[in-house]
Design a protein around this ligand. Structure first.
Ligand code: EPZ
Length: 422
């Protein structure tokens, strides 16, 4: 398992180009299955999670061509014959569960492994299942698989309210609803840019969707959907990650390119409150670090609130703020695995219920630390980059799932990261 050897402290200067969004690309890939012909997706990042999902899609007989050099995907479901997604692949990445809605919408039936655990947790999918039932699907759960059938081959339509609002459930219900024989209404729908972008692509394919970007989606089913060429969004979470990383060293002056600042929601407001200078210029964002980081507590919320995917990065930044802060995650209660690792670097941070309580500013000193999940891992890299001396960040395969050529991007901006292949 690869590790990063990181020497610090180093500021971030120069330019980093933001890659296409992982979380926006995955729904688009699933949507391509609904078309009669080959869809081309552009600005697709080269990531393990994309490769994993390619393999899940290929199992159905769909042709998938991953043109990494041009960051594009060609997906042609013309020969799709096997409406199933096996456990050994689905368990590798939760978003594989999007195959349920896609295959049900495409063929009128689907057999997809639960992503992990049972339908009710951990990381439940009960809303996905109950929503499809509300739209007319017959669903059975057997041996860890969800088997869904649309009587008469197409869902008849219906109404369902998502509580809590779920990105994944909104995606799955949209994928199943667009080729229904009636009207499907999703209340409490997710408003994340990833969902809006999916609605835009489906509409371009010929779907009839009202309310994209609001919490009430109204889908009138159609019989056919056309293949399209569609450009994926820039990764808003990668953008926020690098903005925070730049702010953590007082000599940083970093420009991010290929950004979409409109996708950041209220994050930017919180970010500016830390005293960091932020300048937006079309698809570029310039970040100049403050001499003193102001302590700003945050609470994660659904979009446009503070994103849970930037919670760990924010807590890491707050170890360098002058004062005490509380970082609370209302979306996931177990997303603090990075806390003990930051303590190994010397941070004064502890967990209190579904919050991290941080006292700064604490000088950080290099140590060996362990990655545990995607966003916790990048936070450890950020902390190591401003720690004095040498750190080792272990199990960086977590990073390769969601951050394209991370060390190359950071090193080009002044970091000192060596990937050691073990
Ligand atoms: C998506 O996950 C993202 N993943 C996550 O990013 C992100 O953290 C999350 O949305 C929240 O923004 C992708 O887009 C691939 P949810 P998803 O369903 O769809 C509860 C990353 O780091 N819930 O919106 O799985 C659930 O327990 C990943 O890139 C139910 O109760 O998240 C959670 O508390 C991590 N029942 C809340 O909803 C359900 O059926 C939000 O989960 C579904 C969800």
């Amino acid at each position: 398992m690869d590790k990063f050897v990181i020497n610090g402290p180093t500021p971030l200067n120069g330019t980093i180009r933001i890659s296409g969004s992982k979380n926006a690309a995955l729904p688009l890939m699933a949507a391509a299955l609904l078309a009669d012909g080959e869809t081309k997706l552009d600005n697709i990042p080269v990531l393990h999670d994309i490769s994993t999902f390619n393999n899940v899609i290929r199992v159905t007989g769909t042709k998938v061509l991953y043109e990494k050099e041009t960051h594009s995907l060609r997906i042609d479901p013309s020969n799709l014959y096997y409406a199933k997604s096996p456990y050994e692949l689905v368990r590798k990445m939760r978003a594989s569960f999007y195959m349920l809605g896609a295959l049900l919408g495409k063929t009128g039936e689907a057999t997809v492994s639960l992503p992990g655990g049972c339908a009710w947790g951990p990381r439940p999918v009960d809303l996905h299942i109950e929503g499809l039932k509300a739209f007319g699907a017959n669903i059975t759960l057997e041996k860890g698989y969800v088997h869904a059938v649309a009587p008469n081959g197409r869902l008849e339509g219906g109404k369902f309210t998502l509580n809590p609002s779920s990105v994944g459930a909104t995606v799955n219900l949209l994928l199943a609803a667009v080729k229904s024989s009636g009207t499907c209404i999703i209340s409490g729908a997710a408003k994340e840019p990833d969902v809006v972008q999916l609605c835009n692509m489906l509409t371009q394919m010929g779907a009839q969707i009202e309310g994209a970007g609001t919490s009430e989606l109204r889908i009138t089913g159609v019989e056919k959907l056309q293949p399209v060429t569609f450009a994926n969004a820039s990764d808003r979470i990668e953008t926020g990650t690098f903005m925070i990383a730049a702010a953590m060293h007082p000599e940083s002056d970093l420009t991010l390119t290929n950004c979409n600042s409109n996708d950041l929601g209220l994050f930017t407001d919180w970010f500016k409150k830390t005293g960091t200078e932020v300048e937006f210029n079309d698809t570029e964002i310039n970040v100049k670090a403050p001499d003193v980081i102001k302590p700003i507590s945050i609470i994660t919320e659904i979009y446009p609130g503070f994103p849970t995917d930037l919670q760990a990065q924010w807590a890491t930044m707050m170890t360098q703020a002058h004062g005490e802060t509380v970082v609370t995650d209302t979306i996931y209660t177990d997303r603090f695995s990075y806390v003990p690792e930051l303590r190994r670097l010397g941070a004064d941070i502890r967990i209190r219920n579904n919050s991290a309580v941080i006292k700064g500013k604490t000088p950080l000193t290099g140590a060996s630390i362990m990655s545990t999940d995607l966003r916790a891992s990048v936070s450890l890299v950020m902390a190591a980059m401003i720690s004095g001396g040498e750190s080792e960040v272990l199990r960086v395969y977590h990073l390769d799932r969601g951050y394209e050529t991370l060390e190359d991007k950071l090193n080009a901006a002044g970091a000192n990261i060596l990937r050691v292949v073990e």
